[in-house]
Design a binder for this molecule. Sequence first.
Ligand SMILES: *Cc1c(COP(=O)(O)O)cnc(C)c1O
Length: 391
Amino acid sequence: MTDLSYILNELGEDRDEYFRAIAPPIVQTSNFAFRKVADMRRAFEDEYSTWLYSRGLNPTVEILRKKLAALDGAEDCLVFNSGAAAIFAAVLSQVKSGDHIVSVKKPYSWAQRMFDVILPRFQVTVTYVDGTDTAHFEAAIQSNTTLIYLESPNSWLFELQDLAAVAALAKKHNIVTICDNSYCSPLYQQPIKLGIDLVLQSATKYIGGHSDVVAGVLSGSKEKMEKIFNSEYMTVGSGIQPFNAWLLIRGLRTLPARLERISRTTQQVVDFLHAHPRVEKVLFPLDPSFPQYELAKKQMKGACGLLTFFIKTDKRETIEVFCESLQHILMAVSWGGYESLIIPKCAGLQPAAFNAADPEHRSLRLYVGLEEADYLLTDLEAAFKAISRLS
Ligand SMILES: *Cc1c(COP(=O)(O)O)cnc(C)c1O
């Protein structure tokens, strides 16, 4: 295994090419010039290995690709201008009319939208399964199944799939596997090493790390990546722009330090919430109380900053007062940045649909950022005080 520090600090960078500058240049160009017709002809024949046009390859993006592929333990990767674009290209590359997909239930919302709204128009069908038991995947496989779609852990209740077991099952049936690895990042889980064919992540989250860029990564074998480059990547034109690629390279420099810090603080927040009388339950994959704790320990090196907790209450208003009382933890989507964030499940429900008997309706997803632990615990404590007189 290549040293992590080598990947983050050196791999893909050639300072002799750009004045020995420490930070690589943003090669903000749309196109590249040739001196010889023969060179231009070669580029037309094989755009996957030549500078021609920045919808295809770009030198700043190239540095990033080498690093991200190495982090995933993959031969190659492509970087997109969103995680959703990476999902779209990956799935589209593996299905044709009449094919069938087995997907873990409740995948990322826009993946599900693709499965439910777009693919049926092209006669591609999807069966959703509870992924906590590998047997459910086996039972759902049909003769026309070409793809198994995974997300482990998912990003609300953190349900896991046994990646090695599902990958082995898929290989037996000649089915391609895709796994959304956004929750762990490649530092804490490497699905390709467990036998998964294509791994993707939203680089908007931990790779960017500063809540200022939207991007996605798709990694796999050189053969698969070249095929996707020459079809979905080039036709949809959803590759990352050089400046955003540069921001991701910068994010990578501090990725291990950020994840270490976030992991430590998250443990303190989990402990605080477990001990709080208004908290019914805390979900965090590497907490011994987590239903799939053993599997999490087996296939994940870390769990980082996302957790979900359930407030004891029979009223939606109590949850709303709690969230609106937070002074520092911001109410916003996404995660992986420097700032702590919260989303109450009830924000996604019409007020009348709230049902206190359904624990999920009382859940809040918290992302722990880079703040001091005490800063966050004081904020949470004040919000609990604000609801202490509410039922
Ligand atoms: C955010 C996210 C995505 C989508 O990524 P974007 O960069 O927002 O397009 C996909 N999967 C998971 C699990 C995510 O959290």
